[in-house]
Ligand binder design. Structure first.
Ligand code: FES
Length: 202
């Protein structure tokens, strides 16, 4: 930790100072799908809105009350997502975004998670509005606990349903009850999802 950890790349600074594709007028943009994640309470609510043609994302705008990293990462996302298919957009990970930015300070990493999640929520919203089946939802799950075959998606679902502690999660999923080597990763995700969805339960 210390000095170099706080350094932002030139690309991050550029996107922070000149953010691209900010959503100024929702009515005018008339999105085909939009999604919000994060919480006002944490000061990092994020809205991503997309326009879609032939299953290709042709436009993407966003707004956030988040920090510099959230602004820079979502700005970057809004640029490189254009021209991607819905399937490609759905697969974007936080690491993809930070790669494009040339990295983010470690402690700021979770900020970029909001952009890709908000995008997935916007794609979900688009498909729902079209009355179409969602072929992506559930297909991006990664197994976190091999012994009990619990995925990140399972953890996310539990948090959405009100689980907030490791013990509660274990009760529901038996995660980490065999070898226990998944605990650290689980706690990380739990923290992340609590941050994203925790406020919705109050
Ligand atoms: S990997 Fe989760 S208990 Fe073994």
């Amino acid at each position: 930790m210390g000095g170099p950890d706080w350094v932002y790349t030139e690309t991050v600074k550029d996107h922070f100072i000149n953010p691209r594709n900010i959503l100024k007028d929702e009515a005018e943009f008339n999105a085909d799908g939009s999604g919000t994640v994060g919480s006002m309470a944490c000061g990092d609510e994020m809205l991503v809105a997309i326009k879609v043609e032939n299953d290709v994302i042709i436009d993407c705008k966003w707004k956030t009350y988040g920090c510099a990293s959230a602004i820079a990462s979502t700005s970057m996302l809004s640029v490189f997502v254009k021209g991607m298919s819905l399937a490609e957009g759905y697969k974007i990970t936080p690491a993809d975004i930070t790669d494009q930015l040339g990295g983010l300070p470690n402690h700021k990493f979770h900020c970029s998670v909001l952009g890709d999640r908000a995008l997935r929520t916007a794609i979900d919203d688009y498909l729902e509005k079209q009355g179409r089946d969602n072929p992506f939802k559930g297909n991006t799950a990664v197994i976190i606990c091999e012994c009990k075959e619990v995925t990140d998606q399972d953890i996310e679902d539990q948090v959405k349903r009100g689980v907030s502690t490791y013990e509660e999660l274990q009760e529901k999923t038996e995660i980490g009850t065999v070898c226990g080597k998944c605990k650290e990763k689980t706690l990380e995700l739990l923290h992340e999802y609590n941050h994203l969805y925790g406020s919705h339960s109050h």
